[in-house]
Design a protein around this ligand. Structure first.
Ligand code: UDP
Length: 238
């Protein structure tokens, strides 16, 4: 299988069907633009399965996305899309960069979700971008920007409930969007403890990549816990 692209945590491979791709999740963790890196056995499989389950639940809720099916422990089949060079961050509770940038106390609940957008460029430190700029740079139209906002809002509603039902607070998360061959924008990439902040409702324990970023304890234990709670009996690869 030919490699289309390789990042720190995933490899994108060609699939038999040219309209599809295979995402292979690696056992690597990276933070701070890969200044901090590590190999963590088993992490790829948990991220793959958790992401597959969440995308499946999003599809059930009517949120169109690129996920097709799990192929193996570390691989999933997805629809091929042209991924936009921007990230949408959705925040329900203040944590991470917004705490530093705005001086908000970590753990402060926002009255309404905060939506942010970044331009994907490690070289430029992922600068802040707004919808006018995304349109001006030719990435999307205003109508598409509205569609992205609606999708982000809906994903947040669905995921808040999915996680709440298993005793987890969804603090924030990152979304990426891909353009299909016929021009529709759908949710792409992954949604996992690598791309979300997840705090245990009872203990406040971090169940996400902050364990790695901030040396807050065993990473695999946290990812396994999220997998157990989110995938439970539904995981065909158990
Ligand atoms: N995030 C991500 N990829 C990125 C940037 C952020 O998955 O390149 C996720 C991150 O894991 C967190 C949320 O988006 O769940 C908000 O991240 P933040 O802006 O607070 O940045 P960070 O603290 O990760 O530097």
């Amino acid at each position: 299988m030919k490699t289309i692209a390789e990042g720190y945590t995933k490899v994108i491979l060609e699939a038999e069907n040219p309209g599809q791709i295979i995402m292979r999740f690696k056992d690597t963790a990276s933070a701070y633009h890969a200044i901090k890196r590590a190999t963590i056995a088993g992490k790829g499989a948990y991220a793959n399965r958790i992401s597959a389950r969440l995308f499946g639940l999003l599809a059930d809720a009517g949120v169109e996305n690129h996920f097709i099916k799990l192929l193996s422990d570390n691989e999933q089949l997805c629809q091929k899309t042209d991924v936009l060079p921007l990230r949408v961050i959705v925040r329900n509770i203040a944590a991470g960069s917004i705490v530093r940038r705005f001086g908000i106390e970590e753990g402060t609940a926002f009255k309404t979700p905060v939506y942010e957008m970044n331009y994907k460029s490690a070289q430029l430190d992922d600068p802040f971008m707004n919808s006018h700029m995304a349109v001006a740079m030719g990435f999307v139209s205003y109508d598409e920007m509205e569609h992205i906002s609606r999708l982000a809002h809906r994903v947040n509603e669905v995921l808040i409930k999915v996680f709440a039902d298993c005793g987890i607070n969804l603090i924030d998360f990152k979304l990426e969007f891909g353009r299909t061959a016929d021009g529709r924008l759908i949710v792409a990439d992954e949604i996992s403890p690598d791309t979300c902040r997840l705090w245990d409702k009872m203990s406040g324990q971090r169940l996400d990549k902050d364990r790695f970023r901030r040396d807050m304890g065993d990473i695999i234990e946290a990812y396994r816990e999220v997998w157990k709670r989110v995938c439970g009996e539904s995981d065909e690869n158990k």
